[in-house]
Design a protein around this ligand. Structure first.
Ligand SMILES: Cc1ncc(COP(=O)(O)O)c(C=O)c1O
Length: 390
């Protein structure tokens, strides 16, 4: 390995959302935080070099998006995903959640139903409700220990008039990478009922070894025509603090409307730092990503093995992608308060409590495995010891 993912980097006192809020949120400073989805790994060295070069300028004026930035994005998607993007399809946005929110505003009517598949990343609910729309849930099924879509329920929501779907692929939580047949079946329903798809594919580069992500819009020109895909280098290379993302839309009308809204909100200027970091990551970060994914796969095997041995009542859902592990803790027979008490007070760990992803997540926890193995070991040891003594 040429990158040291075992190194423990002390992130406390760095304004870290995950590491500097333990006292405030959980009542004690010594919590091991494995919740917020960023990594405890240093980004690829090329990213740091690009940012240091930019910082060394010493003046931080308004900046442009260079052609090389778009070329880096296009090259990445061609190499890693076999998806050919045109420059004109790409529009920058500050964050993926910003794009989700704008898309809800643009592609659905006030008061209308917007479909999500629960349990799901909690801002999906916020962007629907805060825009004055109604959440129309298509709860995911669990088949053979993994999530599956309920097409019958989905079709009934479309029949009732829902015209917008927020797709999460790979899915957070649970880490399902929807396969081609699943996406095509979904797409067929969307085309039949005139549904627009906003596909959040921020985790697309985090397919674990043996799995492959398929961009929904890459499946056919007809599906591309009804889809706005939200993408970013931030999850892939641990840059989320840079607040940068982009959307891809081949449909000129969707693109024009999205672009116009971004300009209206004055969100269209380039960041002084972000574009250099993203370009460096996409052009020089590939080896780092592959090693990081191997390392996370090792953490995953370790976690699943450890839990099977020490706490078999808890059943992990093995992900296809993402560095997140979704844990069925219903066998512990604790309610939401009980699970929080177990994590924060008894074990001294903070995983995500599952009900924030929707009521289907009650009794589940989500663990972030993008950290050194020693941290995973310590967190699981604390958790299993506390659960055994509950
Ligand atoms: C599915 C999904 N979308 C979006 C985000 C956040 O993206 P951003 O920071 O660009 O808003 C996350 C972060 O965990 C996520 O899991």
């Amino acid at each position: 390995m040429s990158y040291d993912f075992n190194r423990r980097i002390d992130r406390r006192h760095t304004r870290s959302y995950k590491w500097d809020q333990s006292e405030k949120l959980f009542g004690r400073p010594d919590i091991l935080p494995l919740w917020v989805a960023d990594m405890d790994f240093a980004s690829p060295p090329a990213v740091r070099a690009a940012l240091e070069k930019r910082a060394a300028l010493g003046l931080y004026g308004y900046s442009i998006h260079p052609d090389s930035y778009f070329e880096a994005i296009i090259g990445w998607y061609r190499r890693r995903h076999g998806w050919t993007l045109e420059r004109s399809w790409i529009c920058d946005a500050p964050s993926v959640v910003t794009s989700l929110s704008i898309a809800v505003e643009l592609f659905s009517e006030p008061g209308s139903k917007v479909v999500l598949q629960s349990p799901v990343y909690y801002p999906f609910y916020d962007v629907i409700r805060n825009n004055g729309r109604i959440v129309a849930k298509n709860p995911l099924l669990i088949q053979d220990g993994r999530f599956a879509m309920d097409y019958a329920q989905l079709e009934s929501l479309f029949k009732e008039g829902a015209k917008l779907l927020l797709l999460c692929n790979p899915h957070n939580p649970g880490g399902r990478i929807w396969d081609k047949e699943e996406l095509l079946r979904l797409g067929e329903l969307c085309l039949k009922y005139g549904v627009t798809v906003v596909s959040d594919e921020i985790h697309c580069d985090l397919a674990l070894p043996g799995h492959k992500h398929i961009p929904f819009a890459s499946l056919s020109p007809e599906l591309a025509n009804i889809t706005l895909t939200c993408l970013a280098a931030t999850k892939t290379f641990n840059l989320p603090g840079l607040q940068t993302s982009f959307v891809v839309a081949s449909n000129p009308d969707m693109r024009r409307r999205f672009d116009a809204r971004i300009k209206t909100l004055a969100l269209h200027m380039a960041s002084h730092f972000a574009q250099d970091a993203v370009e460096a990551a996409y052009t020089e970060g590939e080896a780092w990503l592959d090693e990081m994914l191997d390392y996370v796969a090792g953490n995953l095997d370790y976690a699943i093995g450890y839990l099977a041995e020490h706490l078999p009542e808890v059943k992990p859902m093995r992900p296809d992608g993402t560095y997140l592990l979704w844990l069925d803790c219903r066998g512990l027979q604790l309610d939401v308060r009980g699970l929080k008490d177990l994590m924060y007070n008894k074990a001294g760990v903070a995983f995500n409590e599952g009900s924030i992803f929707g009521e289907e997540g009650e009794g589940w926890l989500r663990i972030n495995l993008a950290c050194p193995r020693a941290v995973v070991e310590e967190a699981l040891e604390r958790f299993c010891r506390a659960a055994a003594g509950r």
